[in-house]
Design a protein around this ligand. Structure first.
Ligand code: SAM
Ligand code: GLN
Length: 285
């Protein structure tokens, strides 16, 4: 029996609702299966799904019903206007991280005279930050690191697919970068404290890689390490930007103020008004 799009949608909606799961994912899934844009999907609610589309749709609804994030179910997420592959070895890139890139791009304009900068992304995951930087400013030399080989595989596929020439290095935090000097370093490291797990959504906890989310020392471990490693590695002028948890602004800013005594260190809020980024501008004074 063939189903019209709206029939499939409504049936999936109620199944997800019964389980208390977000049903917004059904529309995303239907777009993925039919190849329709959101508007086209709405205009085609009466259209019948083909048998293949219907089979694929219900297979994937089964995965949603287990609590799997829709991005892993369809294998992609959009970031900074581009489509990145994702699987369970990488964090699903978040809109907050788009803001980290946006603010960095604004700040760097006032800091550097040079066009060709040596730039790095620590803990690249899907490659979202590194690939975006390279595509936004093709003159930059961009290097991405991760401790996870599986994540680096995904990042390499994304760089290739999106046509970004990024260099990849495996290793612990800044270690793979320490034999060079850098103009800009960005990082979205794991920053969630173990005790915060009890407040997190099951879709995140059960499916996203824990080494991408959780950090020792109440979530501060990576910032402490980076604060110890980065000062010797930065050029002047230089720019460091890290994403942070909303309650970590003061403490991470202080960590960086201590190690970059001549830098301007700013706590920057995201569009929801939460402390979300720290920028350190190391300038000639
Ligand atoms: N940059 C991606 C993004 O913003 O979507 C992924 C960020 S995810 C929060 C953190 C990433 O850091 C994960 O890919 C994880 O494998 C990596 N990571 C965790 N600990 C690390 C370490 N000690 N050294 C290098 N990378 C690490
Ligand atoms: N923004 C992610 C979350 O809330 C955390 C990412 C991170 O630890 N860097 O799930």
């Amino acid at each position: 029996m063939t189903e019209r799009i709206y029939e499939a949608r409504n049936r999936a909606f109620s199944l997800l609702k019964e389980k208390g799961l977000d049903h917004g994912s059904v529309t995303v899934l239907l777009q993925h299966i039919t190849g329709f844009s959101h508007v086209m999907l709405l205009a085609n609610m009466q259209t019948e799904l083909t048998e293949t589309q219907q089979r694929r749709f219900w297979q994937k609804v089964d995965e949603l019903l287990k609590g799997k994030p829709v991005q892993y179910v369809i294998g992609v997420e959009s970031f900074y206007g581009r489509i990145f592959n994702v699987d369970e070895h990488v964090l699903i890139p978040r809109p907050e991280t788009e803001e980290l890139i946006f603010h960095m791009l604004e700040r760097q304009k006032f800091l550097f005279q040079n066009k060709t900068l040596n730039v790095a992304d620590i803990g690249t995951g899907s490659g979202a930050i590194a690939v975006t930087m390279k595509l936004e400013v093709p003159e930059w030399e961009v290097t991405a690191t991760d401790i996870s080989d599986d994540a680096l595989e995904v990042a390499k596929v994304n760089a290739e697919k999106l046509g970004a020439e990024v260099h990849f290095r495996q290793g612990n935090l800044a270690a793979p970068l320490s034999n060079e000097k850098w103009d800009i370093i960005l990082s979205n490291p794991p920053y969630i404290a173990d005790y915060e797990a009890k407040e997190m959504a099951a879709t995140v906890l059960d499916y996203e890689p824990h080494e991408a989310l959780f950090a020792e020392e109440n979530g501060l471990f990576c910032y402490r390490e980076l604060a110890a490693q980065l000062p010797q590695m930065m050029n002047t002028p230089g720019l460091v930007g890290v994403e942070i948890g909303y309650a970590q602004g003061e403490v991470v800013a202080n960590l960086f103020k201590e190690v970059f005594p001549n830098a301007v260190v700013d706590i920057v809020r995201d569009i929801n008004g939460k402390d979300r980024m720290i920028f350190c501008e190391i300038s000639l004074r």
